[in-house]
Design a protein around this ligand. Structure first.
Ligand SMILES: [Ca+2]
Ligand SMILES: [Ca+2]
Ligand SMILES: [Ca+2]
Ligand SMILES: [Ca+2]
Length: 341
């Protein structure tokens, strides 16, 4: 080999080695991005970004009739510790106390498989109440929605479906762009989206009194109500029973010190995923009955007659959507991030 060829091959080898080293570094970065950090739910900042991106515009119907309505405030969403403690058995009692205004909060969880992100949003009320005789009531109330988001290569993915909580029944909705159709459970309607801060957000609606949730307009504000908009920082108190724009603040239930970390606190939970509640301060009076320990956190929500176990909507959402929908795309069930399991 001539000196010239030797020099050239050394140069080529060095260049190739450099390229290989660069590729190795890029592969390592991509692999880190794929499993943790960047666009991965391992990163709390990314979970917050994803949760804010898809957080519902939430229409809360408000009733003012009856002595348990607190002038409408009994339908406002708030935090589990709106009264400054983690005791759930004084929440009925403290709702309506001017010392504890009902600022708007909601909880979310994000879990991840290689193919999808799944986000639950949990809305909490201190009371599930009734204006009608012969109905039941209970202290604390928690209903919500699961969203399935396909990891389609874009930073925040594409929304495929919503499953909402109506007491012990779930309802399914898909946006018009989804492509997902009925599986073992039937799709109940279209998931409407509305523009907010430059992005389309799903629109959900909650009934007054019982706070069951469906996609809007399958429930809707008929007379008066509050329209809540998501924020990572702002928790506003509605100006009254008819307020068209109130910020609710999102909280990661899986963060250190978050709601999930309090699941063994017996003052907050009577048993696994079941908020502690009693009949103090008039729950059930003038109606018919006050149910004890009747509200459930997202990891204990259950549709009573589907094939999925209690809590799957938050703890095994990939399994749940594979049962509920014909997804026309692979929905992986091997979780890359799922602290519930
Ligand atoms: Ca309390
Ligand atoms: Ca109580
Ligand atoms: Ca309820
Ligand atoms: Ca079930």
């Amino acid at each position: 080999m001539s000196k010239k060829w030797q020099a050239l091959s050394r140069a080529c080898f060095s260049a190739l080695l450099g390229l290989t080293l660069d590729l190795t570094a890029a592969d390592a970065r991509a692999s880190v991005a794929g499993s943790r950090g960047f666009d991965s739910a391992h990163d709390a900042g990314f979970r917050a970004e994803l949760a804010l991106r898809y957080a519902p515009i939430h229409e809360q119907e408000v009733h003012r009739r009856g002595s348990h309505a607190l002038g409408g405030a009994a339908d406002y969403i708030t935090s589990v510790d709106f009264d400054g403690d983690d005791d759930a058995r004084n929440n009925w009692d403290h709702a309506g106390d001017p010392r504890y205004p009902l600022a708007a909060h909601a909880y979310y969880s994000v879990v991840e498989t290689p193919s999808h992100w799944f986000i639950t949003y949990q809305f909490f009320h201190p009371r599930d109440w009734s204006s009608t005789f012969f109905e039941t009531e209970h202290e604390n109330d928690s209903e919500g929605v699961l969203l399935a988001v396909a990891r389609d290569g874009s930073h925040l993915g594409a929304l495929r479906a919503a499953v909402t909580v109506v007491h012990s029944d779930f309802y399914s909705f898909v946006p018009v762009t989804s492509g997902w159709t009925s599986g073992r459970e039937s799709v109940d309607g279209v998931l409407s989206e509305r523009k907010f801060a430059g992005q389309l957000h799903p629109v959900t609606a909650s009934q007054a009194e019982t706070h069951a949730i469906k996609a809007w307009p399958y429930y809707a504000i008929r007379t008066e109500g509050v329209v809540y908009y998501p924020s990572l920082t702002e928790a506003e108190v509605p100006s009254g029973p008819s307020d068209p724009s109130v910020f609710y603040r999102l909280h990661d239930m899986l963060e250190p010190g978050g709601l999930w970390s309090k699941r063994f606190n017996p003052r907050l939970f009577a048993r696994s995923g079941t908020f502690a509640g009693d009949a103090s301060a008039g729950c059930g009076r003038g109606v018919l009955w006050c149910l004890r320990d009747a509200a459930h956190a997202a990891w204990a929500w259950d549709d009573h007659d589907d094939s999925s176990p209690s809590g799957a909507i938050a703890t095994d959402p990939a399994g749940l959507v594979r049962a509920y929908f014909d997804t026309h795309e692979r929905v992986a069930i091997n979780y890359r991030f799922n602290p519930f399991r």
